[in-house]
Ligand binder design. Structure first.
Ligand SMILES: Cc1cc2nc3c(=O)[nH]c(=O)nc-3n(C[C@H](O)[C@H](O)[C@H](O)COP(=O)(O)OP(=O)(O)OC[C@H]3O[C@@H](n4cnc5c(N)ncnc54)[C@H](O)[C@@H]3O)c2cc1C
Length: 499
């Protein structure tokens, strides 16, 4: 099935370079073979033009917040992609920067022989600028494909100011998009005639997982953040987590996920990092959830339903509906926010007028505590719950979702200025979280400042009418001992992790 026009964006007006050697798919964000609209489109174009298809996936060292933790996660995915490409007979070029294999000028060199380039239309972090630079420099068409979510973002005219508004737009478009999902799985047949064996102008990355720790030691990262020994990246790990979640956890999602516990004990999927690095797609998660909760499910059922009904829209299971609402509405609201103006980051200037008024009114309020980045980063505040949340993030690269909200709110309350709070949150989130550097990193942080929320009463110190959260009320709401015990058990491994 051809890729829907609504997912495709031409980034320059060049004509196809007829004498180019190949169609180049630059895999930047959807790092997977399967359920990938960009790859579908690249295959389609290579077949139409009767050209070779080169799939290029690269990893440089100099990305912001680079660390061994992030590198290792991405490399797991690349090793799997390399092996999958071999099985499929696809020509996949696997580039990993090192002292002996420098990145400078490489993409330009590869692009010069392309008749056209297809890439991923991811709206945040280094990708928009990278893509823009390439499309302005090369002399062939560059096509960006939006495979970010279930509904192509061009279907929405503007960003939504609240989830309840976006939910209605999504529900109205869902059934139509459902029939245009990307190809879930490839076979050898799909790549027949597309691989002429052209070799890359660099040393292909050929290491395997057991060799990664040694290789990673040869790289000088700007940030000392070690991988979590229990976390690995890659598509098979993502699909395994999904299957585990569907078998054991999804039925508890609506009632128990907010109660702070360790990741294995919390009924959540843990897929945000895999979504971020493109090891799994939102489409395939949706499909698996729907098939798992009701094998007879059909999108026609949706036509009779009320758009905007969070509990009852997608399936018969309220719990599955809650999960799909987080995965689609809450994830998309962040992506759509960036989609209107793709950029590296969003900051406090993106907050709505009612929040801005609150911030200017309360800017000079006395802060009961004030911490420096060093205090925050070394988990040294007066607040046991905050320290525990930050410790979880540092050690494991993830943080329980409820704690993440509390964590953000407290940094706002106990920082000298709002701007400083934003920078602390951006830094900690993007440095330590596997799922950081994503549209939802910024909209998650800005949610703590009131984005997509409404005014709350009574008006409070520092926050004004922005929703307030406290550790005392968290302790009243949930039994915190299991979470604190779990975090303490992580701290016992400190010597090992941060040595
Ligand atoms: C201060 C703060 C910072 C955040 N930073 C990030 C970030 O860097 N990257 C990131 O992906 N999410 C971020 N979030 C949103 C949310 O915390 C995570 O998406 C979620 O906890 C990931 O865990 P999971 O994959 O187990 O989610 P599940 O509960 O299993 O949900 C499935 C998927 O739905 C999406 N999702 C779930 N909850 C949210 C939410 N509240 N907002 C947006 N999408 C959601 C995610 O893609 C997630 O993987 C942040 C939230 C806050 C309050």
């Amino acid at each position: 099935m051809p890729t829907p026009e609504s997912r495709i964006r031409s980034l320059n007006s060049h004509s196809i370079r007829e004498n180019g050697d190949y169609v180049l798919y630059w895999m930047q964000a959807y790092r997977r073979f399967g359920s990938n609209h960009s790859l579908d489109h690249a295959v389609e174009l290579a077949k139409k033009l009767k050209k070779e298809l080169i799939i290029y996936e690269g990893l440089r060292i100099d990305y912001p917040w680079n660390s061994e933790r992030i590198h290792k996660f991405i490399l797991h995915g690349m090793i799997e992609n390399r092996e999958e490409a071999k099985k499929l007979g696809a020509n996949y070029w696997c580039y990993v920067e090192s002292d002996t294999n420098p990145a400078k000028g490489l993409l330009k060199k590869i692009s010069e022989k392309a008749c056209l380039i297809v890439t991923d239309d991811f709206p945040c972090f280094i990708i928009p600028e990278q893509t823009e630079k390439l499309s302005s420099k090369v002399k062939c068409p560059v096509i960006a494909v939006d495979g970010n979510s279930v509904i192509p973002f061009s279907k929405f005219e503007k960003a939504a100011s609240a989830a309840r508004i976006l939910r209605i737009w999504i529900h109205k478009n869902f059934a139509d998009s459902f029939f245009n999902f990307a190809k879930p799985k490839y076979s050898k047949k799909d790549f027949v005639g597309l691989n002429k064996g052209t070799t890359p102008p660099f040393e292909n990355f050929e290491l395997n997982e057991p060799e990664l720790p040694r290789f990673l030691q040869t790289i000088r990262f700007e940030n000392e953040v070690k991988p979590d020994p229990k976390t690995s990246g890659g598509r098979s790990k993502a699909l395994g987590l999904l299957s585990d979640f569907l078998k054991k956890k999804i039925h508890l999602y609506d009632t128990e996920r907010s109660s702070p516990r360790s990741f294995p004990e919390t009924p959540v999927s843990g897929l945000s990092a895999y979504l971020h690095f493109g090891h799994i797609s939102a489409e395939e998660i949706v499909l698996s959830v729907l098939q798992n909760t009701d094998p007879d499910w059909s999108p026609e059922e949706l036509i009779l339903k009320k758009p905007g009904d969070r509990e009852n829209f997608y399936s018969k299971s309220v719990s599955a509906n809650h999960y799909l609402d987080e995965l689609i509405t809450w994830r998309d609201i962040g992506y759509l926010f960036f989609w209107q103006k793709p950029s590296f980051r969003m900051d406090l200037s993106s907050l709505p007028d009612w929040v801005q008024k609150n911030l200017s009114h309360h800017r000079k309020d006395v802060r009961d505590y004030q911490y420096t980045l060093k205090d925050w980063e070394s988990c040294r505040t007066h607040d046991e719950l905050w320290n525990a949340a930050q410790t979880e993030l540092k050690h494991t690269g993830r943080m329980h979702n409820y704690m993440r909200m509390l964590w953000g709110k407290k940094v706002i309350e106990w920082s000298k200025t709002y701007e400083e709070a934003f920078h602390v949150l951006e830094h900690l989130n993007n440095k330590y979280a596997y799922d950081g550097r994503n549209p939802n990193s910024y909209t998650g942080i800005l949610w703590c400042f009131g984005l997509f929320d409404r005014p709350w009463f009574p008006e409070r110190n520092v926050f004004g009418n922005i929703r307030y959260m406290s550790s005392d009320s968290t302790r009243k709401k949930f039994k915190m001992k299991p979470y604190l015990d779990y975090v303490n058990s992580l701290e016992d491994q400190e010597g090992f992790l941060f040595s």
